[in-house]
Design a binder for this molecule. Structure first.
Ligand SMILES: NC(=O)c1ccc[n+]([C@@H]2O[C@H](COP(=O)([O-])OP(=O)(O)OC[C@H]3O[C@@H](n4cnc5c(N)ncnc54)[C@H](OP(=O)(O)O)[C@@H]3O)[C@@H](O)[C@H]2O)c1
Length: 228
């Protein structure tokens, strides 16, 4: 394969939501531990997360939401590396500096020539800059130039939609939390543009179930191959 083998690893509710609502103040990591009937089994998601690939892809948007820009102190050095897509920028210089202290290597992918990461010149931060974001060529570069063979995708619904539609997701590994969240504007596993015509049905991805594990406290782990 000319790109890393990829697995989307997520914690959705039974109705497919990946956050508790449409405001950034709401977040599964913070809110689910407070809900009786849900909090008890949540540890199983974090235990499975520890077994994911050594490289994980996420967005500056999610990093900013979980408060990376405001984190203080010295994080414990992790064994994993991050590939972070961030154009706007959502990450500040402080956020990038914190990430570089935390992860083994940070690949910062951006179309923003004025991203704060450029000024920092950190040894374990590789900036992958291009004028236009081309996910397919980014993925082949991740393998060809940087030797990343396996990649866990942990971004939100907007980017996940682009990744699926570009045929860049090989496996889906989801830990279903026993809860219904609701809300039509609440992020789901895959958001992006809705399909509008029969022609758009070409974007639909069928899945082949490879593993289904009933976990404790009404959680379920589902593992699929994507039929790209
Ligand atoms: N439960 C879980 O397992 C889980 C895991 C992850 C996230 N989440 C939740 O998901 C939510 C975030 O989802 P989201 O949909 O708002 O954000 P997202 O998909 O994580 O990020 C969207 C951003 O990705 C960047 N991007 C770069 N290249 C892109 C491309 N080719 N196409 C589209 N976007 C591209 C854009 O950043 P720029 O604005 O910089 O251009 C865009 O704003 C949060 O609520 C988070 O808590 C939950």
């Amino acid at each position: 394969m000319q790109r890393p083998e990829t697995t989307l690893f997520m914690l959705p509710s039974v109705d497919g939501k990946i956050s508790a609502g449409d405001a950034d103040i709401l977040d599964f990591d913070v809110d689910l531990p407070k809900i009786k009937g849900v909090k008890e089994g949540l540890w199983q998601y974090y235990a499975l997360e520890k077994k994911t690939d050594l490289h994980s892809l996420n967005t500056g948007r999610v990093m900013a939401k979980i408060g990376i820009n405001n984190r203080k102190g010295e994080p414990k050095k992790a064994a994993f590396s991050f590939v972070i897509l961030d154009n706007r920028p959502h990450l500040t210089a402080k956020g990038v500096a914190y990430l570089s202290k935390w992860v083994k290597k940070l690949y910062l992918v951006t179309t923003n020539s004025r991203h704060p990461a450029f000024k920092l010149k950190l040894r374990n931060v590789e900036i992958i800059y291009s004028r236009k974001m081309d996910l397919k060529s980014l993925f082949s570069k991740l393998k060809g130039k940087y030797g990343i063979r396996k990649l866990t995708i942990q971004s939100g619904g907007t980017l996940n939609a682009e990744l699926f539609r570009n045929g860049l997701v090989d496996h889906v590994s989801i830990v279903l939390a026993p809860v219904i969240i609701g809300g039509k504007d609440t992020p789901t596993l895959v958001d992006g543009e809705s399909l509008h015509s029969k022609k758009d049905l070409g974007h639909v991805r069928a899945l082949k179930l490879k593993k289904c594990t009933v976990l404790k406290n009404s959680y379920v782990h589902l593992y699929y191959d994507v039929l790209n």
